[in-house]
Design a protein around this ligand. Structure first.
Ligand code: HEM
Length: 453
C-alpha cells in the first residue's frame, strides 16, 4: 500500500480520509516488509473512545515512538505509564492554577501590544506583503519562551531577524519529521553515510539543547544566590521557576526533567497555535460573512470568555485543519477494537484526527463547510461535543494540557488583529499543507494588510 500513499504524499491527509471512508472508518495498512510500517488506521469515534479512555491503559505511545522523538528527551509527550503519570501530575498542578493562568494571559496581551500591533502597523504603512504564518510562529516562540523560561528572545521584530535558538528549534522540527517518515533502515544508512543534512540537524539539536540547559542553569544560579525568593511565590514566576520553587523541602525534580519539560512545551505550544491561526485567517478570508459576525460580536462583547461565535469559528478551524493531523498509539496486549479490528501486542494504531474532523457520520452532510453556527446552541452558548468526536486536542486522561491557554491566546490575538486590520490574502497565493508532522501551510500565508476604518 506504500506506493499509492507516496504518490499522494502532498494530499496525504485527504487521501487517508477518503480511504477510511471507503473502509467504514478503519482499515489495515500494509507496507513493504523491510519498512515495519504495518498498522491499523482509524477515524472511528468509538475506537478512539476505547483507546483514549475506556481501555487507555492498553494503548501507549510505545518504545518506537520514543526512539523517533528521542530529541524530546523523556518529556511528557513521549512518556508512558508511571513516568507519564508523574509528569502529568506535576505539570497539571502548575498549569492549572489561577496565578499561572493570569500570568500567561498577561504575557500574551503584553506581546500583542508591544510587538504584534507595532509590527502589523509597520507592514501596513510600508504596503508590503507579509507571511502571517511566520509572524505567528515568531509570536508563539517568544511567548512560550517567556511563559516557560521567563525571558523574551525577541524574534518578532519588523526586520524579521534570525534568532539562533529559534532557527535551531526549526531545524530540530525538520529533523524529527524526516526521522518520522523515513523507514528505519534508510535512516540508519543515512547516519552511517554521515550525510551532510543529518549532521547539520544533529548540530541544530545540540544548539537548542544547549540553549535550554544554559537557561535552566542560570535560573538555578540566580535562585540559589537569592535564597529568600525561593519561599515566596511571585505572580510573575515563569513555569521553570515555579517548578524549582516547588522543589523546596521535597526531592528535586532535577535539571533533566526541567530541560525535557521546557522542550516539550516549545514543541507542543508553538506550531499548534500557529497552525490554527493561519488556517483560521485563511478561512475568514474566504468567508467574509463569518468575519463580519465575529466583528459584530467583538463590538458587543469585549471579554474573551463571552466571545462564543469567535470560539465556534476557532473550533471550526481546528476541526477542518487539526494542527496534529495524526496521532499514534501502540497496543500492549492483544485487543479487539469496537469496530471489530484485532490488534496484537505492539500493533501500531494511527488515528487520523484530520479524517475525523471531516467525517459525515459525526458532523453531518455539511461536514466540509466552515460553519461556526454548528457550535452555537439555541440559547447562545457553546454546544458541547464530546472530545472523542471533536478530537483536535485528543481525549481522555492524555488530553492536551494547553487547551484553555490556547483558546485564550488565540482569541486575544484574533480580536486584536480583526479590530485593527483587514487581512487580504495575496492573489493566487498557493495554499497547501506542508510535508510535516504538523498541519502548517507549505508556502506560509502571504497577505497584505489595511487599517480597518
Ligand atoms: C491549538 C493548540 C493546540 C492543539 C490543537 C494541541 C493538540 C494536542 C494534541 C493532539 C495532543 C496529544 C498528542 C498525543 O497524544 O500524541 C496534545 C498534548 C499535549 N499538549 Fe497540546 N495542543 C495545543 C496547544 C498546546 C499548548 C499551547 C500547550 C502548552 C504550552 C500544550 C501542551 C500539551 C501537553 C503538555 C501535551 C501532553 C499531554 C499528555 O501527554 O499528557 N498544547 N496537544
Amino acid at each position: 500500500m506504500l506506493p499509492p500513499l507516496l504518490c499522494n504524499l502532498w494530499k496525504v491527509h485527504d487521501y487517508v480520509a477518503l480511504a477510511l471512508q471507503k473502509q467504514a472508518g478503519t482499515g489495515n495498512f500494509i507496507g513493504p516488509w523491510f519498512t515495519q510500517m504495518n498498522c491499523v488506521v482509524t477515524c472511528d469515534p468509538m475506537n478512539v473512545h476505547y483507546m483514549f479512555s475506556k481501555n487507555f491503559i492498553n494503548f501507549v505511545k510505545g518504545p518506537e515512538f520514543r526512539k523517533i522523538f528521542k530529541a524530546f528527551g523523556d518529556g511528557i509527550l513521549t512518556a508512558d505509564s508511571d513516568m507519564w503519570k508523574y509528569q502529568r501530575t506535576i505539570l497539571h498542578s502548575s498549569f492549572k492554577t489561577r496565578r499561572f493562568e493570569k500570568f500567561r494571559e498577561k504575557i500574551v496581551r503584553k506581546k500583542v501590544e508591544s510587538c504584534l500591533i507595532p509590527l502589523l502597523d509597520h507592514v501596513e504603512r510600508q504596503g508590503i506583503e507579509v507571511d502571517v504564518q511566520d509572524v505567528f510562529n515568531r509570536f508563539n516562540f517568544d511567548t512560550i519562551c517567556s511563559i516557560v523560561l521567563g525571558f523574551d528572545p525577541k524574534s518578532l521584530t519588523p526586520d524579521f531577524q534570525e534568532v539562533a535558538c529559534m532557527r535551531a528549534f526549526n531545524e530540530v522540527g525538520e529533523f524529527i519529521f524526516y526521522r518520522h517518515i523515513l523507514p528505519k533502515s534508510v535512516w540508519k544508512l543515512q547516519r552511517w553515510l554521515r550525510i551532510e543534512a543529518v549532521k547539520k540537524r544533529a548540530e541544530a539539536f545540540q544548539t537548542f539543547d544547549h540553549f535550554l540547559r544554559e537557561s535552566i542553569a542560570s535560573k538555578r544560579e540566580k535562585l540559589s544566590q537569592n535564597k529568600e525568593v525561593i519561599s515566596t511565590e511571585d505572580e510573575d514566576d515563569d513555569l521553570i521557576t515555579t517548578l524549582m520553587k516547588d522543589e523546596e523541602g521535597k526531592e528535586s525534580v532535577g535539571d533533566k526533567f526541567l530541560r525535557d519539560t521546557a522542550f516539550v512545551l516549545f514543541v507542543a505550544g508553538r506550531d499548534t497555535i500557529t497552525s490554527t491561526l493561519t488556517w483560521f485567517f485563511w478561512l475568514l478570508a474566504k468567508h467574509p460573512n463569518v468575519e463580519a459576525k465575529i466583528l459584530q460580536e467583538i463590538q458587543n462583547k469585549k471579554e474573551v470568555k463571552d466571545q462564543v461565535y469567535l470560539h465556534g469559528a476557532l473550533c471550526e478551524a481546528l476541526r477542518l485543519y487539526p494542527p496534529l493531523p495524526v496521532v499514534r498509539r501502540q497496543a500492549i496486549k492483544h485487543d479487539i477494537l469496537p469496530s471489530g479490528h484485532e490488534v496484537g501486542p505492539r500493533t501500531v494504531v494511527m488515528i487520523s484526527l484530520y479524517a475525523m474532523g471531516r467525517c459525515e457520520d459525526i458532523w453531518g452532510k455539511d461536514c466540509l463547510e466552515f460553519k461556526p453556527e454548528r457550535w452555537i446552541s439555541e440559547r447562545g452558548g457553546i454546544v458541547h461535543i464530546p472530545s472523542y468526536k471533536f478530537i483536535s486536542f485528543t481525549a481522555g486522561p492524555r488530553t492536551c494540557l494547553g487547551k484553555d491557554l490556547s483558546f485564550i491566546q488565540m482569541k486575544i490575538m484574533a480580536t486584536a488583529i480583526l479590530c485593527n486590520y483587514q487581512i487580504h490574502v495575496v492573489e493566487h497565493h498557493p495554499v497547501s499543507p506542508a510535508l510535516s508532522i504538523l498541519l502548517q501551510m507549505r508556502y506560509g500565508l502571504k497577505v497584505r494588510i489595511t487599517k480597518r476604518r
